[in-house]
Design a protein around this ligand. Structure first.
Ligand code: DAH
Length: 367
């Protein structure tokens, strides 16, 4: 027995003297590791006669336990000492001034989405979302674009190889319009939502990127007509551009999911530097009309495919590019820079996180 006793005395003495956590870990491996001395003793038990084992086993187990306990106790002590030392040496001076410039800025796309949410919340609209990986039934079919519809070809769609639950293929949504269908199916009527988000098309140049942002608007109720659409768009654009001098021109157009469809132009003037300034009728001399968004009365077929009765409910929808709104309001001219992540661009065009858009402050306050 004296061999185990002396092993114990030696081990406990060395554990007690371990100066730091690294040294302690070295001792743990030496005694209890796979190749450790105590582990080696435990392995000898298997080869002993039953009588011998009955005598030696409790002693070896006792040694293992005593060493493990000592290791644990010493570890707790060393850790506490280490923490004490850190607390004594590290200081935190709460009286120091804040850093000179706040780090980071709000991207113009996020800023414009916040502004839109603020403006439309005031008009009683909720914010809805839908998936960016979409089923082609929601992206096309339910929006009155069946399999062979020529409008599908205009969307330069990114398809996935997977078959979608509703039969077609999965795709990256090409517009935010599928959120119209999802919202009507999930919530029924009445509906008053905007749906901002990312959309994807296989297209790339100074004014097109494969991913861009849209905001969809949808109002469904009884007795909704084109007048409501025009008033809503006018109110929204005046609040967004922070001027009452916004003149809209509604032009007949075609979208499969609206009937009738209207494209909305906004009048602009040209300043002495040749820059377009929104405001005034585009018909005045030296002025012009700029196409801004697509809209219309929601097609009966879309309302029916979304599970509502088109004889009872009707409404209007619109879709507009968020990036384009940001460019017009804040004066950027290259869309690609939006997605380069260049910190100099972000410092120049970004917004302070402290400037929450509010209607009372003018939604673009801080710009
Ligand atoms: N989804 C159309 C697009 O991406 C935009 C659009 C046009 C949306 C008319 C609408 C609408 O809701 O009524 O080109």
């Amino acid at each position: 027995m004296s061999d185990l006793d002396s092993m114990k005395t030696d081990a406990l003495g060395r554990i007690d003297a371990a100066a730091d956590l690294d040294a302690l870990e070295g001792l743990r491996v030496e005694f209890l590791g796979k190749q450790g001395s105590i582990s080696g003793l435990l392995k000898t038990l298997g080869k002993m006669s039953p009588e011998e084992r009955q005598e030696r086993a409790p002693a070896i187990q006792g040694l293992r336990e005593a060493v493990a306990d000592a290791l644990g106790a010493r570890k707790a002590l060393l850790e506490a000492a280490e923490l004490e030392l850190r607390l004594a040496t590290e200081t935190l001076d709460l009286t120091l001034p804040a850093p000179e410039a706040p780090q980071g800025s709000v991207h113009p796309v996020s800023q414009v989405m916040d502004e839109l949410a603020e403006i439309f919340a005031d008009l009683g609209f909720a914010v809805a979302t839908g998936p960016e990986i979409e089923d082609d039934w929601y992206n096309f079919t339910a929006l009155n674009m069946p399999e062979s519809h020529p409008a599908r070809a205009m969307h330069d769609t990114f398809y996935f190889p997977d078959t979608a639950p509703k039969g077609g293929r999965m795709l990256l949504r090409t517009h935010t319009s599928p959120v119209q269908v999802r919202t009507m199916m999930a919530d029924g009527a009445p509906v008053r939502i905007i749906a901002p988000g990312r959309v994807y098309r296989s297209d790339s140049d100074a004014t097109h990127t494969p991913m861009f942002h849209q905001v969809e608007g949808l109002v469904i109720d009884k007795y909704i007509h084109l007048g409501h659409l025009k008033w809503t768009l006018e109110t929204f654009l005046k609040a967004f551009f922070e001027t009452d001098d916004i003149v809209l021109r509604l032009r007949p157009s075609y979208f499969p999911f609206t009937e009738p469809s209207v494209e909305v132009d906004v009048g602009f003037a040209i300043d002495d530097k040749g820059k377009r300034i929104l405001g005034g009728s585009g018909d005045e001399p030296g002025h012009g009309w700029m196409e801004l968004l697509g809209s219309g009365m929601v097609n009966r077929r879309v309302i029916a495919m979304s599970g509502l009765d088109p004889d009872q409910y009707q409404g209007f929808a619109f879709g507009v590019g968020v990036d384009r709104l940001a460019m017009l309001k804040y004066g950027m001219d290259d869309l690609r820079a939006f997605f380069d992540g260049d910190v100099r661009w972000l410092q120049h065009y970004g917004f302070s996180a402290y400037d929450q858009p509010t209607l009372s402050g003018g939604v673009g306050a801080g710009a």
